[in-house]
Design a protein around this ligand. Structure first.
Ligand SMILES: CC(C)(COP(=O)(O)OP(=O)(O)OC[C@H]1O[C@@H](n2cnc3c(N)ncnc32)[C@H](O)[C@@H]1OP(=O)(O)O)[C@@H](O)C(=O)NCCC(=O)NCCS
Length: 377
């Protein structure tokens, strides 16, 4: 049966899912039916991860167990640390993360994806170990030793500690925790779709996540948060914003951190992140990047508002990560630390009623061409 071809599969449902929903006209995002604003104000990243995976908010007892399971699985094998040591220092942390996650699959065979119990432990391991891998790589590439996790620290405190060797201020780890809640899930985005395609072949979960990480890296997806900070630094001061944006638009280039396939208003996650910037900078001193960002948003609203192009999740996240002392090329790995919860929730869902992804194409090439011998070409 012929179908219309939709470039980028825009508007084409690729799955039925009960995990999250976006109302792009009204700027509403819900995880399992709960508004993102509520989760950011009242939940934590690990409770949100549990909600995404199981479909409902955990009881106190269940949450204690889930947090305990994650805490217990944070350590990584010394061979994974050795693997990270072998990678070039100038290599991108997303590539290191992808390599290490793919390698995890050799240590924890999760190949029997029909084993629901084993699948839970695979999800726990992945959520628990990604921060340890990223922190270890960040330290190893600058010549420091990797720091093992500390069980007395919570998820975000521990990550920042493993990165810097200092237990962070509460405001820093709380800010990071909200960032992770916000990035944990977002319907059928490119990296989630990639994961589903891989999952549909019944590949193991480490391969599923490694393929999603590869997709997340691209600048049109998770990689945009790095590019935003590069852009804000390039602009330098609020006074230089207008000519910069005008030149960019004249050259038909896109403003990073703006626009979205689904949102036609300001991304609700950008609204929350901007609020977090306000809170963090009030306590820890402002950031020149933030002053430039506010002016970029103001000028962009004037020049792009007509096309319904507004800040997306990547616009303010990098400014926060920068203030938390995270290096620019680690911003996209930060996205992965959180989104792995959503990827795993979709993996569970896919396996429940699996069907191999094998879409069609519209062939636009020729037929019946003669094979011309090489000496006559
Ligand atoms: C996210 C994104 C890929 C969605 O794109 P899309 O739905 O495929 O929309 P298109 O790229 O077709 O853009 C539609 C129109 O809006 C314009 N547009 C979209 N995003 C823009 C941006 N960030 N800056 C300037 N113009 C933009 C396009 O130039 C195009 O204009 P035209 O119709 O005059 O040619 C796109 O907005 C983008 O590249 N943004 C920058 C990267 C980014 O921040 N990614 C993170 C997403 S969370």
């Amino acid at each position: 049966m012929p179908h219309d071809f939709m470039p980028g599969l825009a508007g084409v449902p690729a799955a039925k899912s009960a995990i999250s929903d976006v109302d792009g006209e009204r700027g509403i995002l819900e995880y399992r039916g709960i508004r993102i604003e509520d989760l950011c104000a009242k939940s934590s990243f690990l409770e949100t991860a549990s909600l995404l995976l199981s479909g409902r908010l955990p009881t106190q007892h269940e949450l204690v167990h889930f947090v305990g399971d994650i805490t217990h699985h944070r350590r990584i094998k010394f061979k994974i640390v050795d693997l990270l040591k072998c990678l070039p220092e100038q290599g991108h942390p997303m590539d290191a993360l992808q390599a290490a996650v793919a390698a995890l699959g050799m240590f924890y065979p999760g190949r029997n994806v029909k084993d629901i119990d084993n699948n839970y432990w695979s999800a726990v391991r992945l959520i628990a170990k990604l921060p340890t891998i990223i922190a270890a790589h960040a330290r190893i590439r600058r010549g420091d030793d990797a720091i093992p996790p500390r069980d007395d620290l919570d998820f975000c405190q521990n990550f920042l500690y493993m990165l810097s060797d200092h237990v962070p201020e509460r405001i820093a780890s709380d800010t990071l925790d909200v960032c992770l809640v916000l990035h944990a899930e977002h319907t059928m985005n490119a990296s989630t779709f990639t994961g589903l395609v891989t999952a549909s072949t019944l590949a193991d979960p480490y391969t599923v996540v490694a393929s999603s990480i590869g997709t997340l890296k691209g600048p049109l997806h998770g990689g945009a948060n790095e590019e935003v900070v590069v852009m804000l630094r390039e602009i330098g001061t609020p006074g230089k914003v207008r000519p910069y944006i005008e030149n960019k638009l004249k050259a038909k280039q896109k403003l990073m951190g703006f626009g979205h396939r689904v949102y036609k208003v300001k991304d609700p996650r950008a609204v929350i992140l901007q609020g977090l910037c306000g809170r963090l900078f009030k306590e820890c001193g402002s950031s020149q990047l933030y002053d430039v960002a506010i002016e970029v948003e103001r000028v962009a609203a004037e020049l792009l508002g007509e096309k319904k192009i507004y800040p997306n999740v990547d616009f303010y996240s990098g400014i926060l990560y920068d203030k938390l002392g995270i290096e620019v090329d680690c911003f996209t790995p930060m996205f992965a630390i959180s989104r792995v919860a959503g990827w795993m929730a979709h993996w569970f869902e896919q396996l429940r009623e699996n069907k191999l992804f094998r879409p069609d194409q519209i062939y636009s090439g020729e037929h019946n061409r003669p094979y011309v011998p090489i000496e006559r070409r």
